[in-house]
Design a protein around this ligand. Structure first.
Ligand SMILES: Nc1ncnc2c1ncn2[C@@H]1O[C@H](COP(=O)(O)OP(=O)(O)O)[C@@H](O)[C@H]1O
Ligand SMILES: [Mg+2]
Length: 236
């Protein structure tokens, strides 16, 4: 079953500090992803991989094309969707793991990880049990569960971030280098979680710096051709 249908996507940035230069980062991107696939974007640094994922999450508004996603029993084009619809898609359909945790002050790690389930109507006792399970699998020591993650190391924060997203069974998952600063054991956990999400029917699009992780999770590679990558065009 198709879950993502991107056609002719383009993204350009206007660099106001450089005299209004237009930087064409993505053009002519076509990408379809089915339930159960893990499509890995493979391209050199700076080619626009993160930009593509941010467009798919509607963090960046695409300059052109369509980004159609299966949301419940409807299809939503995120390029033209309004803020409320984008919010609804992110709530129940679309999860995004980035390298960075948006730290919420004074909320304990356990509550932070359980929160996405609670806000989706799951009983708080069950949500907390599931959060404990996620934190254990990602080797966050129990003594840290009652502490806000503000003071955690980069790798610990990244694992909290992964736990907080992967605790929800999103039908579509976007992963931007989720294993970038993790050790071997935690990379293995993330690989397992990706397999489990696929078995649950998630359609996944990811960027993985690490060759071994890429080999373990990829069902299909997607290249951003150099010809489609960065070009500079001066504005008139
Ligand atoms: N918000 C932005 N404003 C201007 N340029 C950006 C912005 N985001 C990304 N870029 C530029 O787009 C290009 C692709 O960046 P990115 O998508 O992060 O590459 P990758 O993830 O493949 O390394 C880079 O040249 C980057 O500087
Ligand atoms: Mg990137």
């Amino acid at each position: 079953m198709k879950r993502i249908d991107v056609t002719n996507l383009s993204k350009e940035f206007t660099l106001h500090l450089q005299g209004g230069l237009h930087m064409h980062v993505l053009s002519g991107i076509d990408l379809q992803v089915d339930a159960g696939e893990c499509v890995v974007i493979h391209a050199p640094s700076g080619a626009g991989k993160s930009t593509l994922l941010r467009c798919l999450y509607a963090n960046y508004r695409a300059s052109g094309g369509r980004i159609v996603m299966r949301h419940g029993d409807e299809w939503v084009d995120l390029v033209t969707a309004g803020a409320q619809k984008i919010h609804a898609v992110r709530h129940s359909t679309l999860g995004f793991v980035t390298q960075f945790l948006r730290v919420i002050p004074r909320v304990t790690t356990l509550d932070l990880v359980a929160e996405p389930l609670v806000s989706r109507g799951v009983d708080s006792g069950i949500a907390v049990d599931r959060a404990k399970e996620m934190l254990s699998r990602l080797h966050i020591p129990m003594r840290l569960w009652g502490v806000p993650p503000a003071t955690f190391s980069g790798g610990e924060q990244q694992r909290v971030n992964i736990a907080r997203t992967m605790i929800v069974d999103y039908p579509i998952l976007l992963l931007d280098e989720p294993t970038a600063s993790l050790d071997e054991a935690n990379r293995a956990t993330v690989i397992d979680m990706i397999h489990e999400a696929r078995e649950n029917g998630a359609a996944i699009v990811g960027i993985f710096h690490d060759e071994a992780v890429r080999r373990a999770v990829t069902t299909r590679l997607f290249s951003i051709a150099p010809a489609q990558a960065v070009s500079l065009v001066a504005s008139i």
